[in-house]
Design a protein around this ligand. Structure first.
Ligand code: TPP
Ligand code: SF4
Ligand code: MG
Length: 317
């Protein structure tokens, strides 16, 4: 694989412009940062699929497109299916010798939101990973169905207020805990699974490169801060993402071959979950006296998860 150098941010971020500006994502949306980072980390040809969601509707408004690469838009369920179909065809044509350039390196990548990844496209993603196609699936996890008005998904964290699980005088908002997609994908035996965040851009680029280099089905969950539904100022996207990684609400780690767990980022100073929640309007109600106990519960859950990750890393099982 032709890897782009990741020594210098300015150089890295301008080397390979394959997602053009003038798209219609909200100012401050992290989706485009993550997509651009993926495209900048390799010089290989890319075949990309995106299902319906904010990324797709905002980057392909007929007759325009922001995608300067092969790009397939497909139904909400099928980002994994579409790109793995292309991968299977490429493999077959390579075997038969019918490609125009037999040796041109090509990588296959699917982008899906959490609504499609954790819920509506889950079965298709599971099938594609189980079949072992050579592709990378990247979930843009903003913890809600943003494109259709901020409904809860199974990635929505407990205590968050959404349009279908609103907080009010009788409810603290979402009642279910977030689905552990990393564990589920690792349990498929995927050769490479990682959780990454755009504020830690070098770690993210290295993780993307590792996934692209690894043969087989790789899964990456990325934290994608959503200014509109998380309710913070668009200029604060990276600051809020810093709070997400440094409070360990989004720990950064990888799992190799379904079992070898490595923590990729250890905050110098772990900040309180209260600081992360307090920076976003979707958690505002938790600071009222009747719901403060939820902040303690969330902190406990985050602490327990971090302890589990550290034990698994140490155990080297
Ligand atoms: C089968 C199906 N169900 C529902 C929809 C409507 N729909 C389109 S985009 C969307 C929300 C997408 O949420 P997510 O996947 O999390 O991406 P985001 O917009 O948050 O980036 C929904 C529900 C659809 N297009 N197809
Ligand atoms: S609603 Fe959220 S995910 Fe959608 S474009 Fe705006 S900031 Fe991005
Ligand atoms: Mg979403």
């Amino acid at each position: 694989m032709a890897i782009t150098s990741i020594k210098n941010l300015k150089e890295f971020s301008t080397t390979n412009e394959r997602l053009e500006g003038a798209h219609l994502l909200c100012p401050g949306c992290a989706h485009s940062m993550i997509v651009r980072e993926l495209m900048n980390c390799t010089d290989d040809n890319l075949v990309i699929s995106s299902n319906t969601g904010c990324l797709e509707v905002s980057t392909a408004v007929y007759p325009y497109t922001s995608w300067d690469t092969s790009w397939i838009h497909i139904g909400f369920e099928n980002a994994a299916t579409a790109v793995t179909g292309a991968e299977a065809m490429h493999k077959a044509r390579k075997r038969k010798g019918t490609l125009k350039d037999q040796d041109a390196p090509v990588k296959f990548v699917a982008f899906g939101g959490d609504g499609s990844t954790y819920d509506i496209g889950f079965q298709w993603l599971s099938g594609a990973v189980e079949r072992g196609h050579d592709f990378t699936y990247i979930c843009l996890d903003n913890e809600n169905y943003a494109n259709t008005g901020g409904q809860r998904s199974s990635a929505t964290p407990i205590g968050s207020s959404t349009s279908t699980a609103p907080a009010g005088s009788h409810s603290y908002g979402e009642k279910q805990k977030k689905k552990d997609m990393m564990a589920i994908m690792a349990a498929h035996g995927a050769p490479y699974v990682a959780q990454l965040a755009p504020n830690k851009w070098k770690i993210m680029a290295k993780g993307f490169q590792k996934a692209l280099e690894t043969e087989g089905a790789c899964f990456i969950n990325t934290v994608s801060a959503c200014t509109t539904e998380w309710k913070f100022d668009p200029k604060d996207t990276i600051a809020v993402t810093d709070l997400a990684t440094d409070s360990l609400m989004f720990p950064i780690y990888e799992i190799i071959d379904g079992h070898e767990l490595n923590i990729l980022y250890r905050p110098k100073k772990i900040i309180s979950i209260e600081d992360y929640l307090g920076a976003q309007g979707r958690y505002k109600h938790l600071f009222k006296p009747q719901y403060r106990h939820m902040i303690e519960q969330i902190q406990k859950d985050v602490d327990n998860y971090w302890t589990m990750l550290q034990r698994r890393e140490e155990a080297r099982i």
